[in-house]
Write a protein that binds this ligand. Structure first.
Ligand SMILES: Cc1cc2nc3c(=O)[nH]c(=O)nc-3n(C[C@H](O)[C@H](O)[C@H](O)COP(=O)(O)OP(=O)(O)OC[C@H]3O[C@@H](n4cnc5c(N)ncnc54)[C@H](O)[C@@H]3O)c2cc1C
Length: 337
């Protein structure tokens, strides 16, 4: 079987790793298939799936995640245990596992159509490939989804976001997310240093790539000092978005990961579900099961739960005060630095 995978992101590379026995061509729009961004939380199910397809990634184990108020009062540990990984380290591990694939960088699929039970795709390099299956793993703004004429559109999810890494250690040994009035800070200890993310419901300032740190000065858990220890040019900025509807493509041109169901990152599930989609699709392509099968309902439920979590975490004004009054009943005192 010859599979053309469009997008060498987390989902596309996982699929390529799982299809080690087959011919795989990977097409990536960027000049290098590296991991962009800071860190990532991966729960046990995603880590197990990665191991099954031969990807070993090191990271800092965590027993769960604590939500808390802006002043640092924390709720009891919740969420699934897993590992906090650096995105570049995850990508490097995925690329090693997918080394058998023929990778074309700075390349996109210009056109594709049906041919003899398969798909004929013309690449921007001018090359034409005849493959059995072409998979759209090209993220939230998927060109494959658009070329298939599927209706899903990107939708602003009500907040803008910055991500960075500091070499300083977090005061906590597990990930913590603090909620303020329209503001959130995530503090995630890595094997080395700490991954930080910020969200704000107010628009980004004109110099969008640098976060407006003064908005976060009243937060606890040493957060303001940690934020200021990130070199200003190391922050990555983008708006939070999701797809307004999910679509999984066609049997010969299936979609996976964000291309199929891109949801908000409020539950830290996007990469994990892209990995699980890829493992399931690889099994289906090899005759075991139907795609997307149960993944359709599972991802719809996660998208809804993630949207709900975002509404709670991004609450402003009276809604935020009401939320904090309720949370305070279950929270413990702020951690001492
Ligand atoms: C702030 C934030 C925090 C997050 N935290 C977590 C977390 O803790 N845990 C978690 O599980 N998930 C998290 N996510 C979600 C996660 O990053 C995504 O869901 C995941 O990367 C999706 O993987 P993917 O392979 O579907 O798409 P992507 O990783 O986006 O990969 C798509 C690839 O396709 C390429 N591409 C795009 N267009 C084309 C084209 N036309 N032709 C060829 N190539 C193309 C891109 O360059 C890219 O390499 C977070 C997301 C955000 C925004």
């Amino acid at each position: 079987m010859h599979v053309l995978v469009v997008g060498a992101g987390i989902g596309g590379l996982t699929l390529a790793s799982a299809l080690r026995e087959h011919r795989v061509t990977l097409v990536e729009r960027r000049p290098e298939a590296t991991g962009i961004g800071a860190g990532l939380l991966l729960h046990r199910r995603a880590l197990d799936a990665l191991e099954r397809v031969g990807v070993r990634v090191s990271g800092r184990p965590y027993p769960g995640l604590s939500l808390g108020l802006a002043d640092g009062r924390l709720l009891p540990l919740a969420a699934k245990p897993g590992r906090a990984v650096s995105r570049p380290a995850l990508h490097a591990a995925l690329l090693r596992a997918a080394a058998h694939a023929n990778l074309h960088t700075s390349c996109v699929v210009e056109t594709f159509d049906d041919c003899d039970g398969g798909v004929r795709a013309t690449l921007s390099s001018g090359q034409t490939l005849e493959v059995d299956v072409m998979v759209g793993a090209d993220g939230l703004g998927s060109g494959v989804r658009r070329q298939l004429g599927l209706p899903a559109r990107r939708r602003y999810a009500g907040a803008t976001c910055w991500r960075g890494i500091t070499q300083q250690e977090s005061p906590h040994d597990h990930p913590v997310e603090l909620w303020g009035d329209g503001l959130r800070i995530g503090i995630v200890p890595l094997l080395e240093g700490t991954y930080l993310y910020l969200t704000s419901t107010q628009p980004a300032p004109p110099e969008r790539s640098t976060p407006p740190l003064a908005r976060f000065d009243h937060f606890g858990c040493d957060a303001p000092a940690l934020l200021r220890s990130v070199p200003p040019s190391d922050w990555a900025h983008h708006d939070l978005e999701e797809l307004d509807t999910h679509s999984w493509g066609h049997p010969r041109v299936p979609l996976l990961g964000d291309a199929a169901h891109g949801f908000t990152p409020n539950l830290g599930e996007g990469a994990a579900q892209a990995i699980l989609d890829a493992e399931h699709l690889a099994a289906c392509l090899q005759g075991a099961g139907r795609y997307p099968g149960a993944r359709r309902g599972r991802n719809r439920r996660i998208a809804l739960a993630s949207r709900w979590m975002g509404a709670l975490g991004q609450a402003t004004g009276g809604a935020a005060r009401l939320r904090d009054t309720v949370l305070a009943m279950f929270a413990t005192a702020p951690a001492q630095a």
